[in-house]
Design a protein around this ligand. Structure first.
Ligand SMILES: [Zn+2]
Length: 347
């Protein structure tokens, strides 16, 4: 994986993009692809479309990568200045205590930390179980609601995990929002690599996936493609304590191809094409072993008269938590597989 690719992943991972506020990752994708796209437009919900026009009569392939990330919506400010919040997207309370959260203030980023009662004052019973999300709060260093508001916090504001992208060495990288900013990076790379080809391709950075695959639905309706692929960061479970049958995906075993999850059964032609491409190109690949979760393909395939769809993902550990770990080799191989897929499905 080149230095430029890693730079893009870093920018995308560090970008601020809660569901419904995807401006930053959208701007990064725009800067990255507008010079190579035949047409760029943003729809009313905020999805961004990059068109590559190839030969007439060729089928159109849609690639979708969501730009949003799990986030926290401020729902109440206590008189004492602490913020109550509601998660946007699937976050478990177990990962929350002690996490740093960043908000986009009007002038500058605003910061806080997720607080809990100190362990010293917990009852025996309370110590045994993780706190419920409703019991948690964000400490922003304010002594009253007025002070929190003066600092720039308000009800309806959204924040995300405050984590910086880091290279861990040996190809391993660590950062927030790999679900799905690694997918955005893969999509950008594939789009560029197909410059000058005869393929009809529309790459879409979608909005609001984490809260119910929403942007992808209206995006697919507008372009009604012949085939679609959702590009994702999916959960890898190759960690101590996880049993082989629970290890849905592993790092360094290549792109993860979904056969079925909770939102879609991969279309046989899409699935077969992915497998033959991987075999023909000598690329490693793995099937997603746990049929959990959903991706944009769940919305896309039910659009209009039905769109043959599938999902290919980069395996990432600890997604939907504050920080994920992925390997550059998997990101690279995912891009190569999808590039081969787009070329082959059209021939
Ligand atoms: Zn995702």
């Amino acid at each position: 994986m080149s230095k430029t690719d890693l730079k893009l992943i870093r920018r995308l991972s560090d970008a601020f993009g809660p569901p419904g506020a995807e401006e930053e990752p959208r701007q990064i994708l725009r800067e990255e692809l507008e010079d190579v796209a035949d047409e760029v437009h943003v729809d009313k919900l905020g999805n961004i479309f990059f068109h590559h026009r190839g030969e007439e009569g060729q089928p159109t392939v849609m690639l979708a990568a969501h730009m949003d990330e799990v986030a926290f919506l401020i729902t109440f400010i206590e008189d004492s200045g602490f913020l109550r919040f509601h998660p946007l997207g699937g976050v478990t309370p177990t990962v929350m205590p002690g996490q740093r959260i960043v908000f986009r203030g009007r002038q500058r980023p605003l910061r806080g930390v997720v607080g809990t009662k100190p362990p010293h004052i917990l009852t025996e019973e309370e110590r045994k179980k993780p706190p419920a999300m409703e019991e948690l709060f964000i400490d922003v260093g304010a002594e009253s609601a007025d002070e929190a508001e003066e600092k720039g916090f308000y009800i309806g504001m959204t924040g995300v995990f405050d984590v910086e992208f880091t290279e861990l060495g040996g190809g391993y990288v660590r950062g927030k929002a790999f679900d799905d900013r690694v997918g955005c990076a893969v999509m950008a790379r594939v789009f560029k690599s197909l410059e000058g080809s005869s393929c009809n391709l529309i790459a879409v950075g979608t909005v609001q996936e984490e809260v119910g695959l929403r942007g992808a639905r209206t995006a697919a309706w507008q372009i009604d493609p012949d085939y679609a692929l959702a590009i994702e960061g999916t959960f890898a479970a190759d960690v101590p304590g996880s049993k082989p049958h629970q290890t849905s995906a592993s790092l360094r075993k290549g792109p993860v191809i979904t056969i079925a999850d909770a939102s879609v059964i991969a279309h046989p032609k899409v699935l077969q094409t992915l497998i033959s491409c991987a075999e023909a190109e000598g690329l490693p690949y793995q099937f997603k072993k746990m049929p959990m979760g959903g991706t944009d393909a769940g919305s896309i395939h039910l659009t209009k008269a039905g769109i043959p769809s599938g999902t290919v993902a980069v395996p990432c550990r600890y997604i939907h938590g504050p920080v994920s770990v992925a390997h550059a080799e998997d990101i690279e191989n995912t891009a190569l597989l999808i590039e081969a897929f787009v070329r082959r499905i059209q021939s």
